[in-house]
Design a protein around this ligand. Structure first.
Ligand SMILES: Cc1cc2nc3c(=O)[nH]c(=O)nc-3n(C[C@H](O)[C@H](O)[C@H](O)COP(=O)(O)OP(=O)(O)OC[C@H]3O[C@@H](n4cnc5c(N)ncnc54)[C@H](O)[C@@H]3O)c2cc1C
Length: 231
């Protein structure tokens, strides 16, 4: 281990809380549910839509960001739902994680705030947004879900398994289908849009021309082509 890696571990030890993996469930479509327990979770205040970061590799301070699906402060337990795209450090960690492993975490911290959406919600996202859709379900059932995916049938199966009713568009360069589905979702008052940075940008821009312009927009890029570890 180099001096720099030792320094990163020292700083990590001061900055990060240690959680324990208490359950791992592998879902179809390369999704993994990970339940985490930590004393620190009992003292935290969870806002649905908040983010939790973890360090997938020791010897570095590089963190990866996920969305708690639920938060049980009484038991000090939360749950993440990760999509394991590609070969990044978080995807690799999620593929090999096992019950009983340690996990260094930072948060929860503010990101999307789902506490009090104004009226019906149109939720637009992709594979990385499924956890956020589950978190939104803890707040309201008045949601029209629109997803884009490289494998629409695969994602539809995962969403059905989670009890989420959704329309799923195939991901294309022009984003025509996801924009059409989002526009046609009935009378939104709030738009929540996350996932691919390019889609978040396109949906936000398009929503200004919808027959009923959303009163409130909450948007956040969860990943971007050619970039790693967006926060
Ligand atoms: C606030 C916030 C909340 C998030 N919540 C979740 C969540 O609950 N569940 C979840 O699965 N993800 C979530 N993400 C997205 C997740 O943090 C990223 O996908 C992250 O880049 C994964 O890290 P990695 O180490 O696997 O890949 P990285 O090393 O970051 O990236 C490797 C390569 O993969 C590409 N890439 C990364 N993610 C994707 C993707 N989803 N699809 C296609 N290409 C991708 C990158 O552009 C890069 O080229 C969230 C992101 C943010 C900012």
């Amino acid at each position: 281990m180099t001096a720099l890696e030792r320094l990163a571990d020292l700083a990590g030890g001061m900055m990060l809380d240690t959680a324990r993996v208490t359950a791992v469930t592998r879902l179809p479509g390369e999704f993994v549910r990970v339940e985490l327990a930590a004393d620190a979770f009992g003292k935290a205040t969870w806002v649905p839509g908040a983010k939790l970061q973890f360090r997938p590799r020791r010897g570095t301070l590089s963190l990866r960001t996920y969305t708690p699906v639920r938060w049980d402060a009484g038991r000090g337990v939360t749950e993440l739902l990760g999509f394991t795209h590609g070969d990044g450090p978080a995807a690799r960690w999620l593929r090999q994680v096992a019950d009983g492993d340690a996990c260094e975490v930072f948060g929860p911290r503010k990101s999307i705030d789902l506490r009090d959406p104004a009226g019906p919600v149109v939720f637009v996202g992709d594979e990385s947004s499924v956890a956020l859709a589950c978190a939104l379900r803890t707040v309201t059932a008045d949601v029209a879900h629109v997803f884009e995916a490289r494998d629409p049938a695969g994602l539809s199966e995962v969403l059905a398994g989670l009890g989420l009713d959704a329309q799923v568009a195939e991901k294309t360069a022009d984003r025509a289908e996801v924009l059409r589905l989002a526009r046609s979702a009935a009378g939104p008052a709030t738009l929540v849009v996350t996932g691919d940075a390019a889609t978040v940008h396109a949906v936000r821009r398009d929503s200004r021309t919808w027959p009923r312009v959303p009163r409130e927009v909450q948007g956040k890029a969860y990943w971007a082509a050619g970039r790693t570890g967006l926060d």
